[in-house]
Design a protein around this ligand. Structure first.
Ligand code: MLT
Ligand code: MN
Length: 310
């Protein structure tokens, strides 16, 4: 059995974003119940209900740990302890890696990421606060299934398989002289997560484009968490809060003929959950026409604290 807890459901910046004076942010701050605060996207997964694997380490991780008793040290644990046994990264974006800095304090952990992302961490000595004597870094080879272990080597009963997803190098690593900003395979990965009994789901918090290959992979899945950054490609421009399209940021949109809802509609996926939702996306407003459209198409919108069992 897999227990999955949504630690954070928003895109980079969270909702409300610290400097946002949008009407949605103002309504939330004024107490409008149709809007929920959302931290930056991350999942916690466990097969034994005791030891947990984080899928991405968001800048909000300290708050996410404080908000979720499953991530607190158990009462009979030593004075320094954590149920977090391993962390798996899907890319080097700030919203995926900044939470690693919260996990300092010489705490044993297993860290898994694509070799490109591990190189980025190695090249930034601030990440040495994850004491290399305690935190072992493992390269995730694409299309290989890895059985995760806790830092003492005990199997966690969770396997991950990383696969390349159309995407983009992290924003803070973009090389603006290059048309692809220096993106290479492995910069954005999706994860297939499974247990020893065959329960299985997919986590794809960033995806620039839907391909036939991705469709074959996701077809018939019991559960997917998928990139719900933007409802419409130009919504940041239309709302006057940015100059970039979703395409430029490496995110396909939820709506439209080439959007996620259309792309996944005929794949026979049983449970579909949007995650990594940007502060401009009307899916943030419970009961909005866009929420209802997504729901009619069988989609759910992730929220912080959402729990699923497979
Ligand atoms: C993204 O998902 O596009 C990034 O998180 C952007 C960012 O780092 O702000
Ligand atoms: Mn992001």
């Amino acid at each position: 059995m897999l227990r999955i807890v949504v630690l954070g459901s928003a895109a980079g910046g969270g909702f409300p974003q610290w400097n946002s004076n949008d009407v949605t942010a103002r309504r939330f701050r004024a107490g409008d119940r149709r809007l929920r605060g959302r931290t930056q996207s991350s999942l916690a997964v466990s097969s034994d209900g005791e030891r947990w694997v984080l899928l991405n380490a968001s800048p909000d991780l300290r708050q996410q740990i404080n908000d979720r008793p499953i991530l607190h040290p158990s009462v009979d644990a030593p004075k320094r302890a954590t149920p977090i046994a391993a962390v798996v990264l899907t890319g080097a974006d700030v919203d995926n890696v900044a939470g690693l800095l919260t996990l300092r304090e010489s705490q044993p952990l297993a860290l898994h990421a694509d070799a490109r992302v591990l190189d980025v961490l190695k090249g930034n000595s601030i990440f040495n606060v994850l004491n290399p004597a305690y935190v072992v870094r493992h390269a995730l080879a694409l299309e290989q299934t890895t059985a995760l272990r806790d830092p003492s080597g005990r199997p966690l009963g969770i396997r991950v398989r990383a696969f390349a997803v159309p995407g983009k190098i992290a924003l803070w690593l973009e090389d603006l002289r290059k048309s692809d900003f220096g993106t290479a395979q492995g910069d954005t990965i999706g994860l297939e997560v499974s247990d020893d009994m065959g329960s299985r789901f997919f986590y794809v918090p960033g995806c620039a484009e839907f391909t036939a290959e991705l469709g074959q992979r996701l077809a018939g899945a019991d559960l997917i968490f998928f990139d719900g950054t933007l409802w419409e490609d130009d919504e940041m421009i239309a709302q006057g809060v940015g100059t970039k399209t979703g395409r430029r940021m490496g995110h396909m949109s939820c709506s439209g003929a080439e959007g996620t809802i259309a792309a996944i509609s005929s794949l026979g996926v049983k449970r579909k959950v949007f995650i990594h939702i940007n502060n401009t996306n009307p899916l943030l407003i419970d009961g909005s026409p866009e929420c209802m459209q997504a729901e009619r198409a069988g989609w759910e919108v992730a929220y912080d604290g959402m729990e699923l069992t497979l």
